[in-house]
Design a protein around this ligand. Structure first.
Ligand code: HEC
Ligand code: HEC
Length: 107
């Protein structure tokens, strides 16, 4: 193959090489465009995400003290009442409950 190329007239060799470069540039541009489209799509997706709907930490007497605590300190108390035998058990279908205040936002 290399031998055959070498036997081509010099200017034809140049043409072949340039053609190859042009194709490479084109594929790179397509990849860049695809990447841009992907980013735009992702941005739109995040933009349209529904507002957070999880119940917030109640603003009542029971929970008043927790609104001004560090989240991690406050969370240590939650399960004292919110456990299967406590005063306010979690619903059966409650999601994994690690770090309460990540989901139940303090207002
Ligand atoms: C002293 C017991 C006690 C502790 C400690 C406690 N809770 Fe509660 N929690 C309750 C009771 C009782 C209710 C139900 C009545 C109410 O809404 O206040 C409740 C209700 C809730 C609700 C549901 C409110 C609703 O609208 O249905 C959430 C969410 C909640 N608690 C989160 C927490 C989190 C997070 C913590 C820890 C920072 C915590 N609780 C600590 C007793 C407690
Ligand atoms: C991964 C997110 C997440 C975490 C972490 C979490 N919860 Fe929940 N919790 C929910 C969702 C979702 C519900 C269903 C009700 C809703 O849509 O808000 C719920 C419901 C509740 C309810 C019942 C509210 C009602 O009236 O039915 C209580 C009480 C509660 N969570 C307390 C807690 C406590 C206490 C912790 C920590 C031990 C905790 N949650 C951790 C997401 C979470």
């Amino acid at each position: 193959m290399a031998g055959a190329l070498r036997r081509f007239p010099l200017h034809l060799n140049k043409v072949l090489q340039n053609g190859h470069l042009a194709v490479k540039k084109k594929t790179r541009m397509i990849y860049n465009l695809a990447f841009l489209a992907f980013c735009a799509g992702l941005l739109l997706f995040l933009w349209n995400a529904p507002p957070e709907t999880t119940i917030k930490l109640p603003n009542d007497e029971i929970h008043a003290g927790f609104h001004h605590m560090k989240k991690k300190d406050a969370e240590a108390f939650c399960v004292k009442c919110h456990n299967p035998k406590g005063t306010a058990p979690l619903p059966k279908d409650h999601p994994p409950k690690y770090r309460c205040l990540f989901c139940h936002k303090v207002r």
